[in-house]
Design a protein. Structure first.
Length: 354
């Protein structure tokens, strides 16, 4: 009985930390990130207000449109958020730290991690320059690892069965960011953690120590700026892209909207998290002028099994087993993605993405 009491207590503590994330800067729903996204959304609202495309007369209706909040998918996201806050995080405890330590030890040549964190014997300005450079380098490497892992999640029939949970959202709001299968997160965190550890080991062997990063609110300044620049609009109905080729350099909400779109022109595009340049380099970048063809989800008929919290958990395991059996028999297996442009008719009205 003591074991179950401790388990229940841990689950409640985990749920409390998850649900009070708006007080924690490292959480995706931290109040400051939500407020900054709301402010950017207000500027978007002002830019479209009074045009023939404006469907919402007040900012409140623009921010919380009925077409989003009357959709069952929006409320499934909220239920799954609570459900996953209790159960889903147990699988991920320590994964990132363990994989980072593994990657570091593999390439560090026996140099203990605790003995290399700090500053070198350099001037203050030189150390600051190295610190800023290391921050950009580390974020760039991490984003490449994220791009590669994300690419695998889309290209592997087995991994897609778990990743499609995230793409099954047919409307999006900031909590949709949490519609993730634990196995999907397990792979993501393991790959990035191990790769980051290797990167740290190589930096230590090059410099003789591991530089720090400029930090604010407990995170690298670059990550803080990224969160302030409309992070929570990435999973929302508010379409915002930067003008010209800026979207190839700086991530915009529209970059991720296209990634979530089920239109055939948008499939398997825009895998990068912070730096769209990886998509440009590997030719997975796509940015339309407007959102007329952006339609969230995994295509008609493909999300019918993913309609409850429990099904979001177990259906991927069922489908993954089907993939394994099909591959063992040498049979083809459908990735459950739209296959031809004619399956999704083009629309011609521009509005915040549905």
């Amino acid at each position: 009985m003591e074991f179950f009491a401790e388990l229940a207590g841990s689950m409640l503590d985990n749920m409390e930390r998850h649900l009070l994330g708006f007080l924690v800067p490292k959480d995706r729903l931290f109040a400051l990130w939500l407020l900054s996204s709301g402010l950017i959304a207000w500027f978007v609202y002002r830019s479209v207000k009074g045009t023939r495309h404006a469907e919402d007369r007040t900012f409140l209706r623009f921010l919380f449109p009925g077409r989003v909040w009357s959709h069952p998918s929006a409320w499934l996201d909220l239920r799954y958020f609570v459900f996953n806050s209790i159960f889903g995080k147990f699988l991920l405890i320590g994964i990132t730290a363990a994989s980072t330590a593994f990657g570091y030890r593999l390439f560090a040549g026996g140099v203990a991690f605790t003995s290399v964190v700090g500053q070198g014997d350099l001037s203050l300005w030189a150390e600051f320059a190295i610190s800023v450079s290391f921050m950009f380098f580390a974020m760039l490497v991490s984003d490449f690892l994220a791009w590669f892992c994300h690419w695998l999640q889309h290209k592997s029939p087995l991994l897609w069965q778990f990743h499609k949970v995230h793409h099954s959202a047919e409307v999006m709001h900031p909590v949709s960011n949490y519609r993730e299968h634990p196995v999907d997160n397990l792979l993501y965190m393991s790959v990035i953690g191990a790769g980051y550890g290797v990167m740290m080991a190589l930096v230590v062997r090059t410099l003789g120590y591991l530089p720090g990063m400029p930090m604010l609110l407990g995170m690298p300044v670059l990550m803080l700026l990224f969160n302030l620049a409309g992070y929570n609009l990435r999973h929302s109905h508010v379409w915002l892209r930067w003008p010209g080729k800026l979207s190839m350099i700086f991530p915009s909400p529209a970059h991720h909207h296209v990634h979530h779109s089920s239109h055939p022109d948008h499939l398997d595009k825009n895998f990068a998290f912070m730096f769209p340049i990886w998509d440009v380099v590997f030719r997975t970048y796509h940015m339309p002028e407007d959102n007329r063809d952006v339609k969230f989800g995994i295509g008609e008929g493909n999300a019918e099994d993913l309609t409850s919290c429990l099904r979001l958990y177990w259906v991927p395991f069922r489908d993954a087993w089907r993939v394994i059996r099909a591959q063992a028999k040498g049979e083809p297996f459908s990735m459950s993605k739209p296959a031809a442009p004619e399956k999704l008719p083009r629309t011609h009205e521009v509005h915040p993405a549905e």
